[in-house]
Design a protein around this ligand. Sequence first.
Ligand code: ADP
Ligand code: MG
Length: 874
Amino acid sequence: MTRTAARGGAASTPMIRQYLDIKSRHPDSLLFFRVGDFYELFFEDAEEGSRLLGLTLTARNNGGKRDVPLAGVPVKAVNEYVSRLLELGCRVAICEQLEDPAEAQGLVQRDVVEIITPGTVLEDKLLVAQRNNYVVAIAGEAPFGLAIVDLSTGEFELRELAGATDLRDELGRLEPAEVLISEEMDPPAGPWHLTPRPGWRFDASLGEERLREWFGVTSSIGFGLHVDRDTRLLAASGALLGYLEEVRPAGLDHLRPPRVDRAGRVMFLDDMTRRNLELVEPLRPGEGASLLTLLDRTRTPMGARLLRRRLLRPLVDADEITARLDAVQELVERPDDREHIRGALRPIRDLERLAARVSTGRVGPRELLGLGLSLDALPGLAAALGPLEAARLAELRSGFDALEDVAARVAEAIDPETPRALKDGGVIRAGFSAELDELRSLRTNAVDVIAGMQIRERERTGIDTLKIGFNKVFGYYLEVTKSKLDRVPEEWTRRQTLTNAERYLTPELKEWEGRVLGAEDEVAGLEARLFQSVRDAVAAEVGRVQAAAARIAEIDVLACLAEVAVAEDYVRPDLTDDIVFDVEEGRHPVVETSVARDMFIPNDMRLDQDCRTMIITGPNMAGKSTVLRQAGLIALMAHIGSFVPARRARIGVCDRVFTRVGASDNLAAGLSTFMVEMTETATILHGATERSLVLLDEIGRGTSTYDGLSIAWAVTERLHELGARTVFATHYHELVGLAESLERGAAFNVAVRETGRDIAFLYRLEPGGSDRSYGVHVARLAGLPADVVGRAARILQVLESGPWGAGGRGAALAEGGIGQLSLFDAADSPGEEGAADVAAARELLDRLARLDVDRLTPLEALNTLAEWKAFGDA
Ligand code: ADP
Ligand code: MG
């Protein structure tokens, strides 16, 4: 900025000096400087604007100084440009003219009225209705304090996180648009916009003071905050509130008091679990559906946002979950009432965001009308709740504030046909203000007089084509076609010549024009004042609107879950405190909707005191991952209070649900992903308890067979010791032996049926291990040539009975029926064929051992075989 300052100085024009002064207070933002119908960018901002937005760069005269680079954006199009800048991670400071330029004495007063940052936008067009838009401040260094605000809805939450991993997971869950950190902190990596702030802004006692001032309370104890213990939460609050004050100097009355979210009430979902279970988005964007897409049948944006939040924060208290389930059950069992409720929800618009817009003075007439019409639906909603008895529904109904007074206020004042913009007029309803009605009739009368003039003058002059018209430059005029010019009276003054006509004025016409325009100005001024007073009246009730919106969101979510339960044939899970996960005929909620109707095979799964560890084996594509994820999804759905896809389910409350997927099942494999996989496995071993549900899919697969096998073995043993309910899906059928050796372990397999040389997938979970990997069968299905498959089958036979198989290497060889495979013999007992042959055989044997059949593509298999053949022939 020093460069900018240096270019300014005494000889600059007054406006450029004003610009430099304002800019010096907003060095980190692109300054949109209002000049008439444009926002102008100067100096470096102009250059940046032209680079980022493709604006034309011009120059502006600067008095005695060198010309100033300039780029402009029309006021009308400002939203579009701002949204592009936000996407690029820029901040935009909007500097307005604070007085009417026509009335200003000298230089127009200007100042910044708001700073728009990715985390603090309020413009509807820049927000997604179904998702919160968070700005988050992080204080401390393990444990961390998080202050979380969605300015577009007014929500404010505080949360403490134990360490860096939890912090990363939490940020992954929130997906904030903007993150505030102290300049001294290592920035957490992620797609958000990072806003470093000076360290002193993260001061706890300053934070406490700010909280008290902002919400007008004498102590922060009312929020459940403890001055000495909650220093990080206070620090984060202070930093965030300070920032909000800065970007919205006009104030933010709609920000709700903070809700402190102590650990223990909700289940902490880590990043990997959220992603692997595809809770809110599919693993590969654009492919497949998430659980949220399936469940979201909400009717309002508030409901949609709440459902998303709930899905990412399942409950851990059986009573609380049961209360939700009771409500859902009643709505399931009373379809008529459910229909009434959902019908009443339909016309309700985004009350949370409208409330925020009312309170920040950004709401237009049509939106205010929309808010009023939404409120009109509330008495109907309250009535629809009437017959319901579930405790949670009764709570939501009792003291339900249907805001009839606010709705009436809007309805009596705002014209049902109001235009979008105030300046277009016709915003206030007739009959609302006697004064306005009077002014409007004065205007109408004056217009009528002018219209009367047209008839009168036609008769008087005999010009039958005489017209009275209006344009913005000349106002009202009399228009006479060229052919009738000889009849024009002398006292008319000519004003404008057209090709076929002349236009005239008369003093009488001017006088009435003055009356029309005067009345119009007064009408516009009065309409603006009346509109503002209605808006302020509604703004004064914004807390009530927000409270109603919160209830509506919850009613919407409960009715939505009931709707899905009926439509998808779900059952109420039985929640208990026992350590059990007992599901009869469970289904994968998303996969079942993607296979043909009734083609999904349900499965039972039972984990309890006697069986804590379940090892599922089976060939590739048998359905291991599906049955594993289905367990996780059923568990989580139950914990948010949803019915589940099963015939019966008894689920002991879990403190955590962990899901890990081995690296090679996880997009592109590589050494580093194996490292990632192990790190994640380590977190499970540290975090899991007897109350956890742990789902491991092909862990250990990212490395060579023996490594992977050993790691998988050891991890499973440890989880078994911990007593966590564990399901391990693996294609290592060697692990079957482990399951059998564990005291409370059991082996299962996803059944396949061998039909001659082929296999058919049955997708049915059965007790016992699968003893073969069926990789060769899969190779056949994949189209590997028959002779290659046949050969592979024979090699496999030897391997399974050789040094790698369970049966001991002697067996197959003793039978001696392997034909060409005698090279194993050769390698084992060098005979008269010579040392070179033996070395070659050993080498081949070695390569064979290193080969991971399950990871080969058919083409790789072919190439490998060709290579070996060449090697053997040589
Ligand atoms: P694995 O993990 O054993 O390799 P997956 O679980 O990925 O197998 O399943 C492979 C495919 O089989 C799935 O994409 C799905 O189309 C189908 N599938 C899996 N389970 C079932 C089932 N229970 N009923 C019907 N189809 C299933
Ligand atoms: Mg799998």
